[in-house]
Write a protein that binds this ligand. Structure first.
Ligand SMILES: *Cc1c(COP(=O)(O)O)cnc(C)c1O
Length: 432
């Protein structure tokens, strides 16, 4: 059921025109609302916890530009710092003192990071870290998990699905088999499967990369012992453990999931929040491994705009704001109210649902659960979620346009925003 009476005339016009100009009308696929039906709204401006579309409608936002907006959109301190930085130029392509400042902050925050390299996106960070894993171990195979996303580089575009998994067949046309044949996959939370891969490929696996808390298959948490088990297995087999904390870094805790769970990987990728809304990624970890990166070492990786002063400024200001006492306690409190509230309402209104929250990251699936991996997540009722999404949008609540994406809060969200969101959810779920 798609309500076509939704008052987004200008959004519809702009999106219709966009379809002739850009594939699917968007610059990144999930923005097109394909999995929830209906049409995307076209944003005009954002501030704090809110979005305004081109038709003047206001929404409470739980996407936060897919994670970066943890201080709320267009935080006045971030904007002011950017104005000052802008006067000094947008890109140097040369060393800049701001890189040291952000590097020091990131190294101080993230337990595994002894050195860091800045890049321009999470995708770039993951591509580089993969090359580094291979360069350091002199091995070519890597293990990733079904449903985990590490950007769109060729070698990560492999999901599992029985035969596909073992053959390493690519998910997307244009990705050669030769590139993905070294990408092995296992179900998330399945240590036995990882153990088996290590045994079947002795001395060949460079490392294991994962989202320590999954956000890209919906919100899925690591079972007790899973991260510890991966840490032990990788050590036992001389392989590296890599946490892709592009989403969880500075969100699950200031020091990311590795701080939260007390497991220190060898390498970490970051993005999203550390750019404060500008394009940034980073990878880093043990000094002996990072010393392989050019020009300190032989592993080549470079970037024209990497470490540019605007992105560094937005990142520094964002982390400064996050360091204020009480930030993460507040994020946890409001996000728990939201996640618990949604599950309680689902129960009251007779819908099977499961989900949860850690810090400022949450999710809900329309299925009885529990959800331990992507196979479980796929059992969720996507049709129902589509109707829920549409209903919430009509009531001024902007949720990620897919059940397989985590939701995000910011410290700009008030308890009143959460209550308004839950009231909308009550109305929508009662009529699903
Ligand atoms: C978003 C994301 C990426 C990719 O980052 P981009 O900046 O979109 O390239 C990689 N890994 C994880 C876990 C992500 O959430």
């Amino acid at each position: 059921m798609v309500n076509t009476s939704i008052k987004t005339t200008k959004s519809q016009e702009i999106f219709a025109a966009a379809q002739n100009l850009m594939p699917g009308g968007v610059s990144s696929p999930v923005r097109a609302f394909k999995s929830v039906g209906g049409q995307p709204i076209v944003f005009d401006h954002v501030k704090g916890a809110y979005i305004w579309d081109v038709d003047g409608n206001q929404y409470i936002d739980y996407v936060g530009t897919w994670g970066p907006a943890i201080c709320g959109h267009a935080h006045p301190d971030v904007i002011a710092a950017l104005h000052d930085a802008l006067e000094k130029g947008t890109s140097f392509g040369a060393p800049c003192a701001l890189e040291n400042v952000l590097a020091e902050m990131v190294i101080a925050a993230v337990p595994s990071m002894e050195m860091v390299r800045f890049v321009n996106s999470g995708t770039e960070a993951c591509m580089a870290v993969l090359r580094l894993m291979r360069a350091f171990t002199k091995r070519e195979k890597v293990i990733k998990f079904e449903g985990c996303y590490h950007g769109h580089a060729d070698m990560f575009l492999v999901k599992a699905g029985s035969g596909v998994a073992t053959l390493g067949l690519p998910d997307s046309p244009g990705v050669p088999k030769s590139v993905t044949s070294n990408t092995l996959t296992a179900p998330y939370n399945d240590l036995e499967a990882v153990k088996a891969l290590f045994e079947e490929n002795p001395g060949e696996i460079a490392g294991v990369i994962l989202e320590p808390v999954v956000g890209n298959a919906g919100f899925i948490t690591p079972d007790a012992g899973f991260l510890e088990g991966l840490r032990e297995l990788t050590q036992e087999h001389g392989a590296l453990l890599v946490f892709d904390e592009v989403m969880t870094g500075f969100r699950i805790a200031y020091g990311g999931a590795q701080e939260k769970f007390g497991i220190t990987p060898d390498l970490t990728t970051l993005g999203k929040i550390i750019g404060g809304g500008l394009p940034v990624g980073a990878y880093g970890g043990r000094r002996d491994i990072m010393s392989m990166v050019a020009p300190a070492g032989p592993m080549y990786q470079a970037g024209t705009l990497s470490g540019n002063p605007l992105a560094m400024t937005a990142g520094i200001k964002t982390l400064e704001l996050l360091r204020k006492p009480g930030t993460y306690e507040y994020l946890d409190k409001i996000t728990k109210q939201l996640a618990d509230g949604l599950l309680a309402i689902a129960k009251e209104t007779g819908h099977e649902a499961c989900g949860g929250q850690i810090s400022a990251m949450f999710g809900m699936f329309f299925c009885p659960g529990p959800v331990h991996n992507y196979e479980d997540a796929k059992k969720a009722d996507t049709n129902k979620f589509g109707r829920f999404h549409r209903g919430m949008l009509e009531r001024g609540i902007y949720l990620a346009p897919s059940q397989f994406e985590a939701g995000f809060t910011s410290f700009a969200h008030t308890e009143a925003d959460i209550q308004q969101t839950l009231q909308a959810a009550r109305d929508v779920m009662a009529s699903l």
